[in-house]
Each structure stands twice: as C-alpha cells, then as structure tokens.
Ligand binder design. Sequence first.
Ligand code: NAD
Length: 355
Amino acid sequence: MIEFEYQTLPWNIIFGAGALARLPGELDKLGMKRALVLTTPNQTKSGEDVIDLLEIRAAGLFDQCVMHVPQQTVSAASVRARELGADCTVALGGGSTTGLGKALAVQMGLPNIVIPTSYAGSEMTDIWAITDEGRKVTDRNNDVVPTLTLYDPTLTLSLPPKFAAASGLNAMAQAVVNVATDKINPIVSCLALDAVKSLYESLPVIMDKPDDMEARSQALYGACLAGGALGTGATSLHHKICHTMGGTFNMPHAETHAVILPHSVAYNAAATPDGSARLAAAMGAANAADAIYNLMKKLSLPLGLKDLGFKEADLDQATEVTLEKPFHNAEPVTAKRLRVLLQNAYDGVRPRPIS
Ligand code: NAD
C-alpha cells in the first residue's frame, strides 16, 4: 500500500546551454534593477562578464565568497550591498557562492538568483549555513530557495574534471541517501534515481572528454535533481559524518562526501533492501556500495580519508562528535560500528557491511 506525505519547494528553474544570456530579461521580469554579483576570487572574471551582461542592472561585484560562509564574509557582503543599494544578489559559482546568496537572503531579505557552476546542488535546497566563532550553524527555510536558478551547462566546462568528479559524487550522495533509506518517499526517490543514473553515466565521460557538452549537461541535470531530492528529502548518517568532517576537521567538502559514500551505503544496506536494490539497478549493478566504489576508482578519486590528509588519531574524536546529537538512520548507529565504518573510510578499503 502506498502512503506518503510530500511538500515541494518554490523552485523556479531555467535549464539549457546558453541560459545565461536570459539573465537580463529575467531580472526585468522580476522587477529587479540593481544586482550584486557574487563569486569566489577564482571566478572574478566570470563575475565581471555577468556585470557586463547586466549593464545598468548591475550594482557591483563581491568576489570574496569562501567555503562554509563565515559570518565576517556575510557582514562584508552586507555592507557592500547596502553601499551599492542592491535589490538582489546574483550568485555565480559553486555551493560556497550560493551559500553567501542564501545567507544574505536570511540576514538582509535580499532575493537571490543563482547560476550554479558546480554540482553542489545547494540551489535546490532550503538549507542554509553560516559559520561563526568556529561553529557552523545550519537551518532550513523556504526563503533561501533562489527566486530564480539559471542552469547553463556551458559554464561548467571550466570545472576541472578532477573536481567535477568529486562534486558529482557530492551530488550523488544527496540522491543516494534518499533512495537507500527506510523512509522512501516515492516522489523524492524518482528525482533521486534519475539523478544517480545521470551522474553515474556522465561523470566518466567528463573524465575522458572534458569538453563533451552532452555529458556536462547530463551531469548538471543530475546535480539539479539530486539537490531537489535533498531539498525535499532527508539526511542521515552519511551527512552527519560529512558535517563532522567539514565542521570539526575542515576537510574538503566534495571529496569527503565521495570517500564516505560507499561506506555509508554499505552500512545501511541490510536495513534498506528495497532502496538499495533500486539504487544498484539505477547503476546497472548488483550491489550499490560496490558500484559507487568502482565508479570512484574509474574517476581516479581519492578512496580513503588518509588520502585527503585526515589524521588516523582523529578517528575517535570524529566518532564522538558525529554521535553528539541524536539523528535518524535506517540502521542503528553505535559508537563501535561507526568507528569501524570510519576506519574503513580512512583506509579506503572496499566497502563492507559492519556487524
Ligand atoms: P565551492 O563552491 O567552494 O567551489 C570550489 C572552487 O571551485 C571555488 O574556487 C569555485 O570558484 C570553483 N568553481 C566552481 N565552479 C567552477 C567552474 N565552473 N569553473 C571553475 N571553477 C569553478 O565548492 P562546492 O563543492 O561547489 O560547494 C561546497 C560548499 O557548498 C560547502 O560549503 C557546502 O557546505 C555547501 N553546500 C551546501 C548545500 C546546501 O544545500 N546548503 C549543498 C551542497 C553543498
């Protein structure tokens, strides 16, 4: 018997090669006249191109976005937005840039337009975060869902294949946890399964042929759906571990998600037989955790936390921090079993069930 509840988010999406050109007209339709363009220092040039495209609709550029959205950065951007009389933000970049747009929506009520250039998928979620005094605070709020998201796959051509692979696995994690779960929501799992399939097929092509527009488009589409699954779905053990790794140990976001994913899937496999089987089928494989691990090898991604510079001596603390607050997970999580999972992830061994 089917039984579920589902609430969508106020998504407003334009997707297609060349979609960036529509930005000025779309701002006019929304009645926005002075956009503050946001980028990281790496993407200043792309931000300047957007300013040129916007002509009189551009208020200026703030190109100091950094990972984890520090409160100092939010404050500096707020000052700039006020000085320039901005009436909206246009965030062009990955999850860090989208994150600043969301923070300014929370703190200043500025509508945010997002042009994603990585596969972080944040633009499809209602989750925002700000880091202050060493603590990353996250919350959910519909007001941070972008007023408009413009997906233009041509902007992802500059994403180096190595980072594209890690970012793609970050996206895949958002989908995977919403299929390999004991709380399958049929609508969310539709989004998630198509996301997994799209990413699984396109990422190896991008590694071989970085200029393949079809694969770049398919990967960005997968990221969009995966973000949608996370935005309307749930998180579990996988995201708890990665939050610890990022918040307490400052580990790289996308790469850490990739390393943890096969192990968190293996951990939950016995408790999620239906979802795990569907997940494996979406990848044309018999075992979902194995398929993800094999994909990572194919993409030449780091397999172990040790390859990302994590210290083995910190595994005990990572276990404790992850378990500080209770959370839902299909398979019950104990300190002993989590410690084994983390050791496997540290060593980068083939994922296996943990009894
Ligand atoms: P990022 O945004 O920090 O980007 C990494 C680097 O890649 C940056 O220097 C960026 O400028 C560059 N870059 C991005 N796209 C590029 C392109 N097309 N060409 C060249 N360079 C490009 O990293 P990320 O992995 O995209 O995002 C990670 C952040 O997003 C984390 O802080 C994470 O917490 C957050 N996040 C939030 C959510 C959410 O729902 N709130 C979801 C996923 C990630």
